[in-house]
Design a protein around this ligand. Structure first.
Ligand code: SAH
Length: 577
C-alpha cells in the first residue's frame, strides 16, 4: 500500500491479487487483511499531481478504445483510484457474507480513524480531507445493513457527534443524513434519542439543525405503518415549527420546507388530527412562503434532487452511493465511480444492496449543488466551487523582482513609463463619482486592464480607507490624476483638441449600444454621478454617448460595474487582441 502511494497501479494489482485468493485462505490472515482493506477502502492520494496527470492520460487513452493501438496491446493500461476502492469493497463484502464480526470491526476502525484524524470544524470542498470523509461515509453506508443493533447504536452516536461538531460539505452531510435515516428506520426505538439530539443541536451547532430537519422529513416520508407515521408527523410538526422563526437563515428555510412537506404528507394520508391541530400554522406558513425571496429559495430546495427526487430506501444502491450522490452533491468528478467500473471490479447486487437503481429519476437529475444558489447564505454554509476548476493566483511581477526595495523602485519607474504613454490609450474619468468604494474599485479595474490614465475629482480619495480597501494598492501602479468636477468642461475640450474622442457612459435618447460601438484608440470615457448621472451641461460636449443595453427592471447599473464593462470592451477591442 505504501508503494502504491508513489507508483500508480500497485494498489490495484494488490487488490486484484487478493480478489483471486481463495476465501478460506483470506480468512486465515483476516486481521492483516482488515488493515490493508481499511487503507484500500479510502485509497486515492489526491496530492500527487504528477500521478494525477499520468492517470488522466491513461484514462484518456483508454477512452479512445479500439482507435488506439495501445489499447489493443493491453486492454487495461491503467487502473483508477476508484477501482482500488471498489475492489477492496468487493473483497470486504465477500468476507462479510461469512463472518458477521468483520463489518463491525471495519466500521469501528473507520470511526476510530475519523475521530483521531478526520474530525475538523470545517474543511474545503474537494480537499483531500473532504474526499477521505466522502469515501469513509460510502463504506459506512454499504456496511450498515450488516451491522448489529449495538454497532448501529455506536454508529448513530458517532453521527450525532459529527453533525454537532463539524460543518460538512454537502456530499458528506447528505451521506450522514441518509445513514442516520437508515439506522432510525431499522431501529425505531432510537427515534426518541434523535429528538434529544435535535434539541442539543440548538446549543452545539445551529447549522446542524438543517440535517436534523432533513432526517425528520425523510423518516416521515418512509415510515410505513399509518399510525406510526401520523404520530411521527405530529411530533415533527411541533418540534420543527419553532425553527421557522429562528435567526439562522438556512435553518429557517429548511424548517419551512420541512413543514410544507409534512403538511402535504398529512393531506395525502388524510391525517385529520394533524390537519386540525396545525391549521393556523399552515396559514402562517403559506403567507410567509409566498413572499418573493422565499418562493425562490423554497422552490430551489424543494426541487433539488435531495428533497425533490431522492428516496432513502428505494435509492439505496451502489449506484447512488458511488455515482449519483457524489455527482449531484458536487464533489469533484474523479470521485464518482460509474456502475460499469463497479461491475468490472466484481461488485454486483447482493442480498443487502442492489447495484443499480430501478428508476432513472436520479440519473436524470442535473448536477446543481444541494445548497447552491440560496440567496442570503449565512457563513455557516459552504460555498460551492466550480468542479475541476481552480483559481489562478496570478502575481505578474513575482518573477521579476527579488526584494521589497526593488518593488518600490519598480513601481516608480513603471509609473513614469505609464505617464509617458498616457497620450495613447483609454482614459477613464471618474470626477463625477462621489463614493469612495466605487472609486477604489474602479482604480483596481483600471490597473488590471492597463488603463492609460485614471482621473478622479480629488486626490484625497487615495487616502480614504474605503477606497484603499477596494483598490488593493492599484493606485501605486496606475497613472492617477485629479480634475475637479467644475473643471471638467475645460478639461474635456482640451483633451478633444489632443485628438481624444469623448464618450459619455450614459443612457440617453441618442446613445449607441456598447456591443455595437467601436472604440477609437484614443478614447476617453466619462462616467456619471451615482445619483444624477452625467449633468445636462456636459452632455453636449460628448462626441457620443454609449449605453449598456439592459434587460431587467432596475433602471441603471452600478457605476463601477459600468466602468468595468466599458474598460473590458475597450481592452477586448484594442489591448487583448
Ligand atoms: N442616469 C442614472 C444615474 C445613475 S447610474 C439614473 O438616472 O438613474 C450612474 C452612472 O452609471 C451613470 O451616470 C452612467 O455613467 C453609468 N451607467 C449606469 N447604467 C448604465 C448603462 N446601462 N449604460 C451606460 N452607463 C450606465
Amino acid at each position: 500500500m505504501e508503494l502504491g502511494e508513489s507508483m500508480s497501479g500497485v494498489c490495484s494489482l494488490l487488490m486484484l491479487t487478493i480478489q483471486n485468493i481463495n476465501q478460506d485462505h483470506k480468512l486465515n490472515f483476516v486481521d492483516v487483511l482488515s488493515e490493508i482493506l481499511l487503507e484500500a477502502l479510502l485509497y486515492g492520494p489526491s496530492h500527487r499531481r504528477d500521478l494525477r496527470a499520468e492517470n488522466d492520460t491513461c484514462t484518456y487513452i483508454r477512452s479512445l478504445e479500439e482507435d488506439t493501438v495501445l489499447n489493443g496491446i493491453r486492454r487495461k493500461p491503467c487502473i483508477s483510484d476508484g477501482e482500488v476502492r471498489a475492489r477492496a469493497l468487493q473483497i470486504l463484502l465477500d468476507l462479510c457474507s461469512v463472518r458477521q464480526d468483520i463489518p463491525i470491526q471495519i466500521v469501528e476502525m473507520l470511526l476510530q480513524k475519523d475521530k483521531c484524524q478526520l474530525q475538523k470544524a470545517r474543511y474545503f470542498s474537494d480537499s483531500h480531507h473532504h474526499r477521505l470523509k466522502n469515501r469513509l461515509m460510502q463504506v459506512l453506508l454499504v456496511l450498515e445493513p450488516y451491522l448489529s443493533y449495538d454497532a448501529d447504536l455506536k454508529l448513530a452516536s458517532w453521527l450525532y457527534e459529527s453533525l454537532h461538531k463539524e460543518n460538512h460539505q454537502p456530499s458528506v452531510r447528505h451521506q450522514q443524513e441518509w445513514l442516520l435515516v437508515t439506522i432510525l428506520f431499522r431501529h425505531r426505538k432510537l427515534i426518541d434519542d434523535m429528538w434529544l439530539k435535535l434539541k442539543e443541536a440548538c446549543e452545539k451547532r445551529t447549522g446542524s439543525l438543517c440535517s436534523f430537519t432533513a432526517v425528520v422529513m425523510f423518516l416521515a416520508q418512509i415510515l410505513d405503518d399509518k399510525l406510526d407515521k401520523e404520530n411521527f408527523v405530529d411530533k415533527s410538526m411541533s418540534e420543527i415549527f419553532p425553527f421557522c422563526m429562528g435567526q439562522h437563515f438556512s435553518v429557517r428555510l429548511y424548517a419551512q420546507v420541512a413543514l410544507k412537506k409534512l403538511w402535504d404528507l398529512s393531506r395525502k394520508h388524510n391525517f385529520s388530527k394533524v390537519l386540525q391541530k396545525y391549521q393556523v400554522m399552515q396559514s402562517c406558513l403559506e403567507v410567509s412562503l409566498s413572499q418573493a425571496n422565499a418562493v425562490k429559495n423554497v422552490h430551489k430546495l424543494v426541487n433539488d434532487f435531495w428533497f425533490g427526487v431522492f428516496h432513502p430506501v428505494q435509492h439505496y444502491t451502489f449506484e447512488t452511493i458511488f455515482y449519483d450522490l457524489p455527482r449531484l452533491s458536487s464533489i469533484c468528478s474523479d470521485e464518482w465511480i460509474a456502475v460499469e467500473t463497479l461491475k468490472e471490479c466484481g461488485l454486483d447486487s447482493n442480498n443487502t444492496i442492489l447495484l443499480e437503481n430501478a428508476d432513472k429519476s436520479l440519473k436524470n437529475c442535473e448536477s446543481i449543488s444541494s445548497n447552491s444558489g440560496l440567496s442570503d447564505q449565512p457563513e455557516e454554509d459552504c460555498v460551492i466551487e466550480e468542479m475541476n476548476n481552480v483559481q489562478k493566483k496570478v502575481i505578474p511581477w513575482k518573477y521579476m523582482l527579488h526584494d521589497a526595495d526593488s518593488l518600490s523602485v519598480f513601481s516608480e519607474t513603471m509609473l513614469q513609463d505609464k505617464k509617458a504613454v498616457a497620450q495613447e490609450g483609454l482614459i477613464v474619468i471618474a470626477s463625477l463619482i462621489d463614493r469612495a468604494p466605487n472609486l477604489g474599485g474602479l482604480c483596481r479595474t483600471c490597473e488590471v486592464f492597463g488603463v492609460a490614465q485614471y482621473v478622479i475629482g480629488n486626490l484625497k480619495y487615495l487616502e480614504d480607507k474605503q477606497f484603499q480597501n477596494l483598490s488593493v494598492s492599484a493606485e501605486r501602479w496606475l497613472n492617477v490624476i485629479e480634475v475637479k468636477s467644475v473643471l471638467l468642461p475645460h478639461y474635456l475640450l482640451e483633451m478633444k483638441r489632443h485628438g481624444y474622442i469623448v464618450i459619455g457612459a450614459e443612457q440617453t435618447s441618442n446613445s449607441v449600444k456598447l456591443n455595437e460601438f467601436n472604440f477609437p484608440k484614443k478614447s476617453l470615457v466619462l462616467l456619471g454621478n451615482e445619483k444624477e448621472g452625467i449633468p445636462a451641461n456636459l452632455l453636449p460636449i460628448m462626441d457620443t454617448c454609449v449605453e449598456i443595453p439592459q434587460l431587467g427592471v432596475i433602471r441603471s447599473l452600478n457605476v463601477h460595474v459600468t466602468g468595468a464593462m466599458f474598460i473590458w470592451e475597450y481592452s477586448r477591442q484594442w489591448s487583448l487582441r
